[in-house]
Design a protein around this ligand. Sequence first.
Ligand code: NDP
Ligand code: MG
Length: 387
Amino acid sequence: MRTVALMGATGSIGTQTLDVLRRERDTLELVAISGSTRLEQLIDIAREFHVTQLCVSNDSDAATVRDALGNVHVVVGDSGLDELSRNADVVVNAVLGFAGLPVTLATLEANHRLALANKESLIAAAPLVEQVRRRGSGEIVPIDSEHCALHQCLAGSPAQPGRPDVRRLLLTASGGPFRGYSAEQLAHVSKADALNHPTWSMGDKITIDSSTLMNKGLEVLEAAALFDVDVERIDVVVHPQSIVHSMVEYVDGSTLAQLSNPDMRLPIAYALGLPTRFAHGWGRLGFDEALTLSFEPPDVKLFPALNLAYDAGRRGGAAPAWLSAANEVAVDAFLHDRIRWNDIVSVVASVLDDYVDDPLVNLEALRDNDARARALARERIDRLSHE
Ligand code: NDP
Ligand code: MG
């Protein structure tokens, strides 16, 4: 029996992870969960799976959970996430944004498997995560569908430093809801339009990131951090059907791809089961009807987020942390109707203009950089909302 901690149990990835766990009650045991605002849902999950270790955001929520569940261990905040992430064989990090950082670091420090959906913590802390990975035996198995595809396509290749056998990684992108829009159309898109993703149903933040292509930019940085390939050898290709989840081109001319219908339960099950493949068949392709796959280059002029991410990747150090922090603040402002869709990436670009190289030597430096980028983003947003 493999024990599992599910951090961010109440969200989109969290809920789909529970679907996998329901099918694997004989092989996977859920021992710890976390949530933030959806307390009722968290309590229901604890009841259904008999979970006795829970993490919530504050003391008053902890009291509510103890009242509802009786004899359980309830911990709070960053230190709580840190504690529970050390207590399971596999830890799913499905927390949203930079708040997932304690989960990423503690799981790897405890030498366990990190089943990683939370890309923001890896992107922001890449140099620190690399140090922890080199010191111990913790492993990352990505849940993000593109990176799970790359993990599978790289499985037969020796992980030599710098991956000399790989010519490039090809990340596929659906193109989001605004693929093919003109600049004029993009100037007038609404929140409802941006939340209407053509192929995936996900949490609000990543859905907005998909509409700006910032999600793909973040994924370029995520792939560089996961697979030891620099951003110059990572390309993005738009593939509207979301069937090919990504590809590896080897130096001999072979390109390997992973295909399935879009269903996040497939990469979640892969990350929980490896080396076992569970016989669930989520996302399986029938090939009993005509299937056309198309590929096209992304429009980097209309979607400048992609080049911002490449620039941040080339600069390294704390630049990706600034990009991701500024983006989190800008997306939140957009979701609260404070700025327009077009402003999201402009805010991030303007924050990055102020970035001064910082090699990111420790956690304190990371938290400091994160706070500075957020403060600058808030300042730019205040200015925009008063225009
Ligand atoms: P959701 O917003 O649906 O869920 C986020 C989870 O994190 C919820 O459990 C939420 O708790 C919790 N949470 C939010 N803020 C905090 C906080 N400050 N402290 C502690 N916990 C918090 O997001 P998704 O499931 O869509 O995404 C989660 C991560 O997975 C993201 O990093 C995303 O980029 C990544 N990802 C998601 C995919 C998807 O298909 N959804 C695909 C690939 C990657 P509560 O709800 O109780 O407030
Ligand atoms: Mg993805």
